[in-house]
Design a protein around this ligand. Structure first.
Ligand SMILES: OC[C@H]1O[C@H](O[C@H]2O[C@H](CO)[C@@H](O)[C@H](O)[C@H]2O)[C@H](O)[C@@H](O)[C@@H]1O
Length: 556
């Protein structure tokens, strides 16, 4: 799969296998109907025979005029010509897995069960994926990895940050390094770290946290070889996010220009892993060009990790008004600032002082840009900045106050995770009182937004990984008020999760939002233990904050 020549609106080419699996999906959707239909199941199938052989058999299936195939014929065809999703993965051995020591008696069994879940979630690819990649949508990663779980059977980019933090808490350093090696491989091969390790994810990335992973591992292991291996590709990644279609220049009121970044997927068709949903979303859009633009906005929202949220919608009730490419997101730009500081730190460790200085300077410019364009001193938050629709990276935009989106989102507080902001006590105090009055603090933790839209990245859901970044920012700041807010939030969240565990057990699949009275405001507030990145957050929390023994939160 190669990227088309640079153009105003780049689109990656698709592959013959994806095109064929989409046709199969269409036939399956027509035949089996929409109930319980999951596009991802079909796009994750692997072929038992070469594509021409499978296509020939598919084309000779009997069909009605509306595309349905007799049920038995389609089921028989799928069983004969495909391997089920997941069959091209093997459960991996984890040589560095050791039973954890947990001293606190109240939570020992919970912690040990979560720790043991690494064994359930570790995978490697089969030799067929390496030898015959054309039969698989799974990509041939060189090392073992940890998957989120459930229908997500591949490694994900930003999930891996919290997986790694959890693995470090579990002292599984080699497994953590293996994941980074895989992401380096993807970055080297495709020019960016993919959303996930599947052919259909090559057209976009996800929130860029690779440098944070490398730094977290280095701080534990002092593995200089990992740093040296990572640095050249981290430079590549920095270039990916700060140039071309990702970069927008905004000129502030003092006529100073700031370079900021946006999400921008190189795709303008339905997502192959969500084909039926995306086609349904777009069914009322009649113009071909508008449809293509809409599909790009959808894929770009997926790149943001926040798929989907009213954060990206001009009309909160209408998904077709997604306008993700026309928004400069606070969190993305905070992560890029973090990346620059990490690269500077890692370059220094590797003895490259000129690169260290260069990235320190870059970070100062990025920090200044974040303060100039996103920070709102009256409100004590950083707000996403809305561009005019279809803004190109060519013309500089003139800053206007009214273009800050003042709706409350958890992402408005992400810059606190990055040191230049958390170390600014005056600013942190302002942010703390703004967070306290934002309405986002609920019984079980921080909600992602205040709009109950039914989207998974909106109220009343709260996502542990995002929440934990804010909590870490608060905890690391010099403000005692911020530290006590961090503890307050974590205690609410961990208490809810522990109560859920006591009621329903540790596995993600067992959780049932309706049945678990302890959730207090949305299923996603639970740790989702059994799910990769949530396990990581729980273990990182336990390691970082210790067990708050005096609070009696473990006795419910
Ligand atoms: O299949 C639909 C979408 O699923 C992914 O998004 C969600 O799960 C990811 C894995 O845990 C997570 O990283 C993301 O934040 C979630 O919204 C996938 O990343 C999307 O690209 C995909 O279209």
């Amino acid at each position: 799969m190669t990227t088309a020549a640079p153009s105003a609106c780049p689109v990656n080419e698709t592959t013959p296998l994806i095109t064929f699996l989409e046709l199969l999906q269409d036939a399956a959707f027509a035949t089996f109907g929409p109930k319980n239909f999951d596009s991802k199941f079909y796009i994750d199938l692997s072929l038992r025979f070469s594509l021409p052989v499978v296509e020939k058999a598919f084309n000779s299936l009997p069909r009605s005029r509306n595309g349905t195939v007799p049920l038995a014929d389609l089921e028989g065809f799928i069983a004969e010509y495909f391997r089920s999703p997941g069959e091209d993965l093997v459960v991996a051995d984890l040589p560095d897995y050791v039973p954890a020591e947990v001293k606190h008696p109240g939570v020992r069994s919970w912690a040990l069960e979560i720790h043991a879940l690494w064994k359930n979630l570790s995978r490697g690819v089969t030799s067929s994926v390496r030898d015959q990649p054309e039969l698989h949508t799974l990509l041939p990663l060189p090392e073992q990895f940890v998957i989120p779980g459930s229908r997500f059977r591949e490694v994900y980019y930003w999930d891996s940050y919290w997986v790694i933090r959890g693995l470090l808490a579990s002292k599984m350093y080699e497994t953590a390094k293996g994941i980074v090696t895989n992401l380096i491989y993807l970055l080297d091969t495709y020019g960016h770290v993919l959303n996930g390790a599947r052919v259909y994810y090559t057209n976009r990335s996800q929130p860029p946290l690779l440098s944070a992973m490398v730094r977290a591992i280095y701080s534990r292991t002092h593995d200089i070889n990992l740093v040296k291996k990572a640095l050249p590709v981290l430079l590549k990644e920095h270039g990916f996010w700060t140039s071309g279609v990702h970069q927008i220049v905004v000129q502030d009121a003092q006529a100073e220009s700031h370079c900021l970044s946006r999400y921008y997927a190189m795709w303008d068709k339905p997502r192959p892993e969500a084909l039926s949903i995306d086609k349904e979303f777009a069914s009322n859009i009649s113009s071909g060009a508008e449809k293509r633009q809409f599909y790009r906005e959808v894929a770009t929202a997926a790149e943001s990790g926040w798929d989907f949220s009213t954060r990206w919608m001009r009309n909160l009730k209408d998904i077709t008004t997604l306008t993700t490419t026309s928004i400069l997101p606070v969190d993305l730009n905070a992560y890029i600032l973090g990346m620059e500081l990490d690269i500077s730190f890692l370059s220094k460790v590797a003895g490259n002082h000129s690169a260290a200085n260069h990235f320190l300077e870059a970070s100062k410019a990025q920090e200044k840009a974040i303060r100039a364009i996103f920070w709102n001193d009256m409100k004590g938050q950083w707000f996403d900045y809305w561009l005019d629709n279809h803004s190109s990276c060519k013309e500089a935009q003139l800053f206007e106050d009214g273009k800050q989106n003042q709706a409350a989102f958890a992402s408005n507080f992400i810059p606190l995770w990055i040191e230049p902001f958390s170390s600014d006590k005056k600013l942190t105090d302002k942010v703390v009182s703004s967070l306290r009055t934002s309405g986002l603090l609920l019984h079980a933790g921080i909600a992602t937004s205040l709009t109950n839209s039914g989207q998974q990245w909106d109220f009343p859901n709260g996502w542990a990984p995002v929440q934990h970044m804010i909590v870490e920012g608060l905890a690391s700041s010099g403000s005692s008020d911020a530290k006590s807010l961090a503890e307050e939030i974590m205690i609410r969240w961990i208490r809810t999760n522990y109560a859920a565990y006591k009621k329903m057990g540790v596995m993600y699949e067992k959780y049932d939002v309706e049945k678990c009275g302890a959730y207090g405001g949305g299923g996603k507030f639970v740790a989702q233990t059994g799910f990769g990145w949530s396990n990581g957050v729980v273990l990182a929390f336990l390691e970082e904050f210790g067990w708050p023994q005096d609070r009696e939160i473990w006795c419910q």
